[in-house]
Write a protein that binds this ligand. Structure first.
Ligand SMILES: Nc1ncnc2c1ncn2[C@@H]1O[C@H](COP(=O)(O)OP(=O)(O)OP(=O)(O)O)[C@@H](O)[C@H]1O
Length: 470
């Protein structure tokens, strides 16, 4: 049997603030957690004016609540000091709607510690807090100790080159060169001369001796991108270099010793290429000693807020603009999009909105346009699920899910009050998979209570054991 607690919201907001018509903001509800940290019983705080409870808050909580209501836009990640001499915290404020008498306004506040930056936030230049990215970081550390070749798989723009670079920086080769060569879109002859070098006169146009990437990366690491596109004959030569540790420049017969760790990347399944006889099986076995798979961005929505923050800061700085921030809804929209171009696409869209932005807060609308354009551009691209500002709130992982889960009111976005979510089977399956089969965690990801998730399962005729995606 379920206990009463099972029916309570997944997490209570720290504060619910009320503003009666023409009145000042008051504390309608406060979490135990906040009351304890203030050293005051909940009863002493409830019903009191915000300005009296937090007289020294900087910026003023009442001002922030007014701003949220007047702008009609949520605020997220506002750095605030609630009590003098206490550490700053980050506040997310959301408009809930009208007070019970339908006259005043209500806002919820969720607080999270500033130091709540998960350990694995940044690894060299890689940002990621999701379990899958932590696993990538773990493998990079593990594999960095060896000299064996590594294959990094993942869709375009997922960050394969950054991972390769991180591998290099973690290894004993870090003070030696890191060279990167894309094996696509250059002719076989050029590719071979880039890889192995050539001697003067080796072919028309070879007017001087040329050191290839293997020689240039000597002592360091060589990253070969789009390995699957390498012509078969070049593959044979690459295999020989890997086996002998020697390169022979095109047009020469003199072998030169090289000490290079090769890191390959592919966005096509090499196994398939081997089966189709487009990739040499012996090279495949030689290369794929160690493998790191980078999942697409849509499978790690928890990383999106951090990545977005990183790119916002970077481009605001680059374009000499004051710091920009995303509204809560914008972040949710970004988390709902399927990102066919992965992190690269996210980076590009953030650059564009920073350039176009005239206000400090960037809202969901700025991104909606991008997503619409992409759909027009390629009809078969994955499309965004409906934006949170539209009728149905987004059933996707919420930002900052590492610490604060969705508040019970998160589904109550302006204009959507009282509307019920009808989660699709796919969304539920995704959440279940992302939560590693833990139903409570899946419910939290979806921003609903576990009991509600059970209801959805019943509605869809799904059993727990059938939830994993094929
Ligand atoms: N986890 C991450 N943290 C920060 N930036 C990232 C991350 N992943 C990717 N990027 C950025 O996204 C862009 C694309 O990354 P990268 O070039 O490494 O992808 P890729 O998988 O090698 O792409 P391709 O297959 O098209 O060569 C780069 O600007 C990179 O800095």
């Amino acid at each position: 049997m379920m206990s009463l607690n099972d029916y309570l919201p997944v997490i209570t907001p720290d504060l619910v603030l009320d503003q009666p018509v023409l009145g000042s903001w008051q504390v309608q509800a406060v979490s135990e957690r906040l009351a304890t940290s203030l050293g005051r019983p909940v009863d002493q705080l409830r019903g009191r004016k915000v300005a009296a409870v937090f007289p020294d808050a900087v910026p003023s909580l009442a001002d922030l609540a007014t701003e949220v209501v007047e702008q009609g836009q949520d605020l997220s990640g506002i750095r605030i000091q609630l009590v003098p001499r206490q550490a700053d915290v980050l506040a997310d404020l959301q408009v809930v709607g009208l007070t019970d008498d339908h006259q005043g306004r209500q806002v919820v506040v969720i607080l999270r510690p500033l130091g709540d930056v998960p350990e694995a936030e940044s690894f060299h230049r890689l940002v990621g807090v999701s379990a899958v990215m932590r696993e990538v970081f773990r493998k990079v550390r593990l594999y960095a100790a060896s000299d064996a070749t590594v294959i990094i798989t993942g869709e375009t723009g997922a960050g394969k080159e950054l991972v390769a670079h991180a591998l290099h920086l973690e290894s004993h080769r870090r003070n030696k060169p890191f060279a990167a060569l894309n094996c696509t879109a250059i002719s076989e002859q050029l590719l071979e001369s880039e890889l192995f070098g050539h001697e003067r006169g080796a072919f028309t146009g070879a007017v001087r001796d040329h050191r290839g990437y293997f020689e240039r990366a000597d002592g360091g690491s060589l990253f070969l991108d789009e390995l699957g596109d390498m012509p078969m004959s070049t593959q044979s030569k690459l295999l020989r270099v890997l086996e002998d540790g020697q390169v022979v420049r095109v047009g020469s017969e003199v072998p030169r010793k090289v000490d290079v760790r090769v890191i390959g990347a592919t966005n096509v399944a090499l196994e398939k290429a081997v089966a189709n006889k487009e990739f040499r099986a012996d090279l495949y076995h030689r290369l794929a000693v160690l493998r790191i798979h980078l999942p697409p961005l849509r499978e790690r929505a928890e990383d999106i807020p951090l990545l977005a923050e990183r790119f916002l800061a970077q481009f605001s700085h680059q374009y000499g603009k004051p710091a920009r921030r995303l509204t809560f809804e914008a972040v949710r929209l970004l988390q709902s999009y399927l990102w066919p171009g992965n992190v690269r696409e996210l980076r590009n869209v953030i650059e564009r909105v920073v350039v176009e932005s005239e206000t400090e807060a960037i809202g969901a609308r700025a991104f909606a346009e991008w997503i619409r354009e992409r759909r027009q551009f390629a009809a078969d691209l994955p499309v965004a699920r409906p934006a949170p500002s539209s009728a149905s709130p987004l059933p996707v992982a919420l930002p900052w899910s590492g610490w604060v889960d969705t508040p019970p009111h998160a589904s109550v976005v302006p204009g959507a009050r009282g509307q019920k979510k009808e989660l699709s089977e796919e969304v539920i399956r995704r959440a279940y998979a992302a939560a590693d089969g833990n139903l409570s965690a899946a419910a939290r990801r979806l921003g609903i209570h576990r009991a509600t998730l059970y209801r959805h399962l019943q509605r869809l005729g799904l059993k727990r054991g059938e939830l994993y995606l094929d």
